[in-house]
Design a protein around this ligand. Structure first.
Ligand code: SF4
Length: 273
């Protein structure tokens, strides 16, 4: 059976950015021993159960490329040994584009996923709290990149499309754009922290999904609309796929997380698979 995502989330909480919507800071998952020795065994277990995934994502909590080379190598090797994934992604703050050896380790096998709120790097750096302009690092062009384009409230839909066009014209290695609404709190849904408040004031959330779909469908060709399980729409805009996840599903049905060597959902409940 095909599932949607397998996310490996480690527990470093170290990052060179300070995003005002940081999911790691909203959800405050406990620090755990990552038990990486369990990771490949868990993949093998899922393979024996006949489960495979559309995506593998190496993501937070914290910036994955700040882990040492050996740790990243162990993860990359495990996903090669037990390859139950159609596509592999490495989510990065952008720091990977200053880490040549680590980028070389992943770039042929993984898409690097970046998240931005503005095309203008000085604005992006100011809003997301970082100080090195990774998108203009020479290493940036060596990777296949997926851009998570955060839909901000102060821009119009026309602004979004104009900005996306600038990205794909300027950086041909951006192979996919994913329109991103922000999650208020995937752990318990509570707006009890400044990060969720920032999201409400500044960004679109899953409640805006219909507006996004209606606008995009008027301005680009729908090429793919997945069934409920994958909850994804894809358009073609100037030759580049633009995807949008509707996020109707609760996590844990289609998204499996490996945290602390256990298979869990986004509420940290152990999954009985
Ligand atoms: S890059 Fe990720 S972990 Fe780092 S501050 Fe931003 S959201 Fe948080």
């Amino acid at each position: 059976m095909k599932y949607k995502e397998f996310e490996l989330i480690l527990s470093s909480f170290k990052c060179n950015k300070n995003c005002p919507y940081c999911t790691a800071k909203i959800t405050k998952w406990p620090m755990v021993d990552d038990k990486l020795e369990e990771f490949e065994k868990k993949l093998q277990y899922l393979k024996e159960k006949g489960i495979n995934f559309r995506y593998f994502i190496f993501c937070g909590n914290g910036e994955p490329s700040l882990h040492d080379f050996d740790t990243i190598n162990k993860i990359v090797t495990a996903t090669k040994n037990v390859n139950i994934f159609e596509e592999k992604r490495f989510q990065s703050s952008g720091n990977i584009f200053f880490e040549k050896d680590k980028l070389n380790l992943i770039k042929d096998d993984f898409t690097v996923e970046i998240t931005r709120v503005d095309f203008d790097s000085s604005k992006d750096m100011q809003i997301l709290g970082y100080n090195e302009d990774y998108i203009n690092s020479p290493l940036f062009y060596q990777a296949n990149v997926r851009l998570n384009y955060v839909l901000m409230k102060h821009k119009s839909f026309e602004d979004y499309l104009a900005e996306i066009k600038k990205y794909i014209d300027t950086y041909p290695n951006i192979k996919t754009v994913s329109l991103k609404t922000l999650n208020l709190n995937t752990l318990n849904g509570k707006i009890d922290n400044p990060y969720s408040q920032w999201i409400i004031q500044n960004a679109l959330t899953k409640d805006d999904a219909k507006k996004v779909i209606d606008f995009m469908s008027k301005n680009a060709d729908v090429v793919h609309q997945d069934n409920e399980f994958f909850d994804r729409i894809e358009w073609n805009y100037k030759g580049v796929p633009i995807t949008f996840y509707i996020k109707k599903l609760s996590y844990g049905i289609s998204n499996i997380v490996c945290y602390g060597g256990e298979l869990v959902d986004y509420h940290l409940n152990k999954l009985d698979i």
